[in-house]
Design a protein around this ligand. Structure first.
Ligand SMILES: [Fe+2]
Length: 194
């Protein structure tokens, strides 16, 4: 994952230019995650500016901080086909992910004792929102054949998100192949030209 950093002085005006409203400065101005969902979805997005902020990178999905206040932060993530996040939480923050282009898949994880295992998977299409609560653990990936772009609004600004290694269900583990026996039947590999 690559992160683009915008100078702090530019962050304050970016959200207003992009969404048509100013991000709250004080935590008490954000009563709930539902408020964030409603506020984000009622935005009048400057689509030309949004396209300028999108940045695809073959090395991994890119995450750009569009705006940050003491109360919340706005991120824009660009995903090429096949790119995925790790399994992660949000460091105690809650928020909403709004898919503004393409499609993404969200896999949610749950604890089974001390093990973390996939619980549900949903496909989000353009215009859909995914709500993330303070205890949500998930993985996002672009399983489609086209680029995807998502806007994420979190409160408070995310700090110290945790990455997890999920337990793979046995059916997802590829069985080990038996060791090849030299001299046995099979196709012979031709010597490679150098
Ligand atoms: Fe997330």
């Amino acid at each position: 994952m690559r992160e683009s950093l915008i100078p702090e002085r530019e962050l304050h005006s970016m959200a207003h230019a992009l969404l048509g409203w100013q991000l709250p400065e004080r935590p008490e101005e954000i009563p709930s995650v539902a408020w964030l969902v409603e506020r984000l979805r009622s935005s009048t997005v400057d689509w030309r500016l949004l396209r300028e902020l999108v940045h695809f990178d073959a090395a991994g999905y890119t995450r750009r901080t569009v705006a940050r206040t003491p109360a919340c932060e706005l991120l824009l993530i660009s995903w090429l086909p096949g790119q995925a996040s790790c399994v992660h939480d949000h460091g105690g923050s809650g928020g909403v992910s709004w898919l503004v282009q393409g499609e993404l898949r969200e896999t949610r994880y749950a604890w089974a004792g001390d093990r973390l295992a996939p619980e549900t998977a949903v496909r989000a299409d353009e215009g859909d929102v995914l709500v993330e609560l303070s205890d949500t653990i998930h993985r996002i990936d672009n399983a489609s054949r086209h680029g995807a772009v998502s806007l994420h609004l979190y409160a408070p600004p995310m700090q110290g998100m945790t990455r997890y290694e999920p337990v793979r269900p046995p059916e997802l583990v590829r069985p080990r192949r038996p060791q090849a026996v030299s001299g046995g039947p099979g196709r012979r590999r031709r010597p490679r030209a150098t």
